[in-house]
Ligand binder design. Structure first.
Ligand SMILES: [Zn+2]
Length: 148
């Protein structure tokens, strides 16, 4: 007879640590504080990514901690949300978890200064590009449909 598995306190801690939490737009907004350029650590201050950028090799990714994901099973959706004429690279493009590329993003926080970032990997035909964008709470939207 097999004894039933029971998670110990230590297991539970590990589970919380490694199970990536799914975040809604609202949860994302609650989690994120406004960006304060002056409060940034040296590592984060070296990164300029108000819009999407390729992860620079000079940036120390070890300082980031994964805190959640925006992936919710609709990663195959490629529509983008730009009601105000922005495009994917715009620094003021909405952060819209239901749409590309946000529906493929993980959420990270800098362990030193608390700046939040979105990250995803772009798989092109002949390249793989790690992208990063600063998470500005003012740009988060909860739209699930593109207004016509
Ligand atoms: Zn930092």
């Amino acid at each position: 007879m097999r004894t039933k598995y029971k998670a110990t306190k230590k297991d539970k801690l590990l589970i919380t640590k490694y199970m990536t939490k799914k975040l809604t737009a609202k949860a994302l907004k609650n989690l994120t504080r406004s960006i304060d350029q002056d409060a940034k650590c040296k590592n984060c201050a070296s990164l300029r990514c108000a819009g999407w950028e390729t992860m620079p090799s000079s940036f120390n990714q070890e300082k980031l901690e994964l805190v959640g994901t925006l992936k919710s099973g609709n990663e195959e959706l490629w529509d983008e949300y730009h009601p105000k004429g922005t495009q994917i690279w715009s620094a003021d493009a909405p952060i819209s978890p239901h749409f590309h590329p946000y529906n493929k993003c993980d959420v990270h926080i800098c362990k030193t200064c608390g700046t939040s970032y979105l990250r995803y990997t772009e798989f092109g035909g002949y390249y793989v590009d790690q992208r990063i964008r600063e998470l500005n709470p003012d740009l988060i939207t909860d739209h699930t449909q593109i207004e016509k």
